[in-house]
Design a protein around this ligand. Sequence first.
Ligand code: PMP
Length: 357
Amino acid sequence: MTKITPQPGIMDISLYQGGAAHVDGVENVIKLSSNENPLGPSPKAAEAVRNSASEIHRYPSTDHAKLRAAIGEAMGLDPERIICGVGSDEIITFLCQAYAGPGDEVVHTEHGFAMYRISALAAGATPVEVGERDRVTDVDALLAGCTDRTKLVFIANPNNPTGTMIGASEVARLADGLPPQALLVLDGAYAEFVDGFDGGASIVSARDNVVMTRTFSKLYGLGGLRVGWGYGPRDIIDVLNRVRGPFNLSGTALAAAEAAIRDTEYVEHCRAQNARWRTWLAEALAELGVPSDTSCANFILARFASRAEAEACDDYLKSQGLIVRRVAGYNLPNALRITVGNEIACRRVAAAVAAFK
Ligand code: PMP
């Protein structure tokens, strides 16, 4: 046994279970466990990937100026206040590295995204979990969970895996009620699925204690290329850039993301398809006695009568080639998180749940 030991906190991190895309011995598998875009990326992004092949001997841009300009244009934001990362996971990591260390607390919600805890522990800080109200982010609980050691407060809005979200006035109340040393992080990984929602950008713009993170992995269909970004006060973006490796994003990833965000027609199409089939799937499952909260994202959290029923349904779906996500690790043992697939996928899920019942 080695005498070389990791930093305190590291062994408290559970190994992350990545989503498999196959089931042994089953054909025609559809993966609905990682909230990917069932329609794939914009054809223009795929073309940009092919075109980037001639440049892969070169190191990529270090300042991501072209992608930041494209994001700024698409979202109406100042590119100088944007940072790009290897998925929004990396922005979360940067935030914890730069702002939280031993003795500091990082607050997140009961069913908050796993990376908040992982990154807090990896930075040597202490994650603090606060309760929700019926699977909805509870601002009072978050404020009550803050102390003079709180450095970061993470909420995802819409939240994963619940699919619920809170309104702008609640987010503003949270930002304005935090202790002065605490930074609020608005994780907008699913913001694009909410019509007309800016992910909290206007709340960020008006304050010096709020950062927003976003991703190309969901609506833009580029999960495999790992591109995310953050928007915040200039001084905070400057700090995050200091912990960012100079070549964190590949040239291929940068080119694809730029093409994806410029293809607004395709983005609109994907958003509309998701909304349509999300409603269809939620209603179909509700009719089968499997309710879910109104989802604002690209998945639904299907609730079963018991953990045993949820697990049996998951096993049955798997036998039918449908991979969904168990969320017992998020303290939701009676539920399954199901990504909204395309029409064929949604119809197959509804038929399989009906057969299971
Ligand atoms: N935040 C939330 C709430 C998520 O669900 C995810 C992906 N599952 C991420 C951040 C990270 O996404 P990525 O690193 O692919 O940008």
